[in-house]
Design a protein around this ligand. Structure first.
Ligand code: BV8
Length: 245
């Protein structure tokens, strides 16, 4: 299906002083990272990620949850940024102010070269102590799963935000500040159901920003967005960057 970039959007890009972007798992889909709500592939297909990505699941079965994250860590470490990630790196270079807010924990935006980035849900490549809630860079691999904190011997856990856990306060404040102050907001590759991230595009709308959704499927934002570009991030974003702005 042919996708057109509206002239009014190109005009908004030309005049934009501050672009804010919210990304979700859909931006990494073309890098081969399964989206959060796609049926989990292979041995994890019988689990619901929403039930596994919780502190309760980890306390109930630390070994299984640790191994789920180890599987995803390995998968994301092998993945490469795609054309959508690189188009956002180029967009950042073309505007006076650019804030990328990601729900993704795969680290692909940083690897692509995005500079001003907020990780709302943490990063799967990082590990922290379950009790101290402090990052741990290295630990003894003695075969025990999960491994233990070298300082206090509690279990280690992935440095991600689980359902029911608070988001990092500074990151959340910065994200809402960007949504309030930007003049152009992109919501890309997110189903828009996980709060508080899902509220960001609506805050931008209420503060008078032009809001653009890029997603092959409909979401709760689709009807309210100023522009809805129905397609894959890796296709639509390079088209936008190819426009004269
Ligand atoms: C919190 C890390 C305070 C772990 C994740 C208010 C209202 C209702 C519920 C709540 C609320 N406040 C809090 C809640 C509860 C909960 C929540 O929102 N539940 C939902 C499900 C109803 N929120 C929380 O618990 C948050 N904490 O608010 O703390 C608090 C505390 C206690 C009680 C109340 C409040 C913490 C949320 C963070 C959870 N951690 N990830 C991990 O990954 O293992 S969230 C997880 O979902 C991922 O980070 C993921 O990024 C995120 C969102 O999913 P999406 O990125 O949107 O991915 P999804 O698969 O859903 O969609 C992909 C989209 O891409 C689709 O639309 C698809 O069409 C599209 N797509 C596919 N291919 C492409 C594409 N688009 C473009 N191009 C393509 N090629």
């Amino acid at each position: 299906m042919r996708i057109e970039i509206p002239n009014a959007l190109i005009d908004a890009l030309r005049h934009a002083q501050h672009i804010a972007v919210l990304t979700g798992a859909g931006v990494s889909a073309e890098s081969g990272v399964p989206t959060f709500r796609d049926a989990q592939t292979g041995l994890w297909s019988k689990f619901n990620p929403q039930e596994l990505a919780t502190r309760k699941a980890f306390q109930r079965n630390p070994k299984m949850v640790w191994e789920w994250y180890a599987y995803r860590r390995e998968l994301t470490a092998r993945a490469e940024p795609n054309a959508g990630h690189y188009a956002l790196v180029e967009m950042e270079k073309r505007v006076p102010q650019f804030t990328l807010i990601t729900q993704n924990i795969d680290g692909l935006h940083e690897r692509a070269g995005t500079k001003n980035m907020i990780e709302l849900h943490g990063n799967i490549q990082r590990v922290k102590c379950l009790r101290e809630d402090v990052r741990v860079e290295s630990w003894v691999e003695d075969g025990e799963i999960p491994p233990r904190c070298p300082r206090c011997n509690s279990y280690l856990r992935p440095d991600v935000v689980w359902f029911g856990e608070m988001l990092p306060a500074f990151a959340l404040d910065e994200a809402f500040r960007a949504a309030r102050n930007c003049d152009l907001f992109f919501s890309i590759g997110t189903s828009g159901v996980v709060e508080p991230a899902a509220s960001l595009p609506f805050v931008a709308l209420r503060n008078g920003a032009v809001v653009v959704e890029i997603n092959p499927d409909e979401t709760p934002l689709s009807r309210g967005a100023t522009f809805r570009l129905c397609g894959a991030a890796g296709v639509v974003l390079p088209m936008i960057l190819g426009a004269p702005f």
